[in-house]
Write a protein that binds this ligand. Structure first.
Ligand code: 9MR
Length: 475
């Protein structure tokens, strides 16, 4: 019996391998976030932090030294920084500037090290009053469910609480704009306070309007009708309100989380931006293969989830025509096959031209550090060569974990200034690396910042395209 099971698993993983290898699709015309020099940004980073949901003052556990490790030792150029509505507006109409001061101090630890900060208005399971996080107690309308508190067994996954009748009520009332208009209006005002605070901070790249939106009722969730109606209406209210304050930052929007996180198609229509100039919106879905998220060894179900996730996100990007940043993905090193999963998923994100933020930076659990603050094995995968900023139009980039070959192809683009910056972590090149370019000899050059492990490349502007390869020097 055991032998049969193990043979089945082998067959499954072989099938899984063929299901994935070389099958990733990419959008027909990939879009990128650009910096003020016109360079395409590829963002690699982490979420900071999950523990802020329950911490004193809603703040992440990090010190400035931890930020130094993330930015310099690991070379991340992105952080998805969690903020909370109940931190911003603890009492109705009272906005806590001291919370924003504390957030700003930490944001500046990142921005002063060249890390782009995206502020994520986080929620899980609505808010603390119903055992989640995010919304303030005063904004948790339970209507007929006030006395209907249920106790869920501790050993169930946390997200099961989304079916708790009180949570359902709180969400339905939040989305029911005609009944409880003040809820969304205050959420929107809270965002305006955040935008006022950060609009002039060039290191803050943008705002993620709501973490993992959930409709409340399961029927809307499984038919995805919520996205076309209440969620779209909400974004159509919130985006113009943010734009009243801040015309420039990128606004990140998420589809519904349930189902879409593990691969179903979203029904969210393209979203409008009302800013002066080109649209600055970013699609920011999460990616969690179903059983891997629950700690089951990486298996065929996960691989099929990832294939669907890739195909459906590509269809959505082809229709929305915006850049994509994966706001969350993650798991535990203790899960068998986790490193294979990381290789597969990171290759997929590269193929799609997408940046990402790993969930999350809290030590222990799924973290990059264990409880003793030692690096976990996943760090070798997450810290990988990538083009932080591309001085042109990206065509493709990739890194092969086994051969250590990194490649980047991009085309010249008018109006872009500055070098292309590539992070080449020492851990992958213990004896150094060699670089080649398709540009003619003597017409391209580079500088190497050994401390930050960043290569700054100047290409030959006479060449229409540039093909760069980096390989490892063996002993
Ligand atoms: O990893 C987080 C877990 O420890 C918490 O109990 C849970 C509820 O707050 O949230 C988990 O983080 C989730 C994140 O907030 C939203 N996306 C999925 C993450 C992993 O489940």
């Amino acid at each position: 019996m055991i032998k049969t099971t193990s043979n089945m698993l082998k067959i499954f993983s072989i099938v899984g391998f063929f299901a994935l290898s070389g099958c990733w699709q990419k959008p027909t015309s990939t879009q990128y976030i650009t910096d003020n020099q016109g360079r395409a940004l590829i963002l690699h980073g982490i979420n900071s932090s999950s523990s802020a949901k329950h911490s004193e003052g809603h703040l992440p556990w990090i010190t400035e030294a931890d930020v130094e490790q993330e930015a310099v030792e690991w070379g991340f150029n992105f952080v998805r920084f969690l903020i909370f509505w109940d931190g911003i507006e603890p009492e109705r109409g009272v906005f806590d500037e001291s919370y924003l001061d504390a957030v700003e101090e930490r944001v500046n630890w990142y921005t002063s090290r060249g890390v782009h900060v995206m502020l994520d208005m986080h929620q899980d399971v609505y808010g603390h009053k119903v055992d989640g996080n995010g919304a303030p107690e005063w904004a948790t309308e339970l209507s007929l469910m006030d006395n209907f508190a249920l106790t869920f067994p501790d050993d169930l996954p946390w997200w099961i609480s989304y079916i708790d009748p009180q949570v359902v009520a709180a969400f339905l009332n939040f989305w029911g704009y005609s009944n409880y208009q003040y809820l969304q209006d205050h959420y929107i005002q809270s965002w305006q306070k955040v935008a006022e605070r950060f609009k002039d901070n060039p290191g803050v790249i943008g705002y993620d309007m709501m973490n993992e939106p959930y409709p409340g009722d399961l029927l809307s969730a499984i038919t995805f009708t919520f996205e076309e109606t209440r969620l779209k209406d909400f974004y159509d209210r919130l985006i113009p309100a943010i734009r009243e304050i801040d015309n420039d930052k990128w606004i990140f929007y998420e589809p519904q989380s349930l189902g879409i996180n593990f691969g179903f198609a979203s029904k969210l229509p393209p979203i409008d931006d009302v800013r002066e100039g080109d649209k600055r919106l970013v699609y920011a879905p999460h990616s969690y293969p179903l059983t891997l998220h629950e700690g089951v060894p990486y298996n065929l179900t996960d691989k099929l989830n990832m294939r669907d996730w890739n195909r459906n996100r590509v269809k959505e990007l082809n229709s929305h025509k915006v850049p994509m940043i994966v706001g969350e993905f993650g798991g535990s090193d203790h899960v068998k096959g986790f490193r294979d999963y990381l290789n597969d998923t990171l290759n997929m994100f590269d193929m799609m031209g997408s940046g990402w933020a790993y969930w999350s930076n809290d030590p222990g659990g799924w973290g990059l550090l264990d409880e003793d603050r030692k690096e976990t094995p996943k760090v070798d995968h997450l810290v990988r060569p990538y083009p932080r900023a591309i001085a042109g139009q990206p065509i493709a980039f990739s890194f092969d974990f086994d051969t250590k070959i990194f490649s980047l192809e991009f085309a010249e683009k008018d109006g872009v200034i500055g070098p292309t910056e590539i992070h080449l972590p020492d851990r992958h090149y213990p004896n150094g690396w060699r670089i080649s370019s398709s540009d003619p000899q003597g017409r391209w050059s580079y500088d190497w910042d050994a401390h930050r492990q960043i290569l700054s490349l100047t290409s030959d502007p006479e060449m229409a395209t540039h093909f760069i390869t980096v390989s490892s020097i063996s002993e």
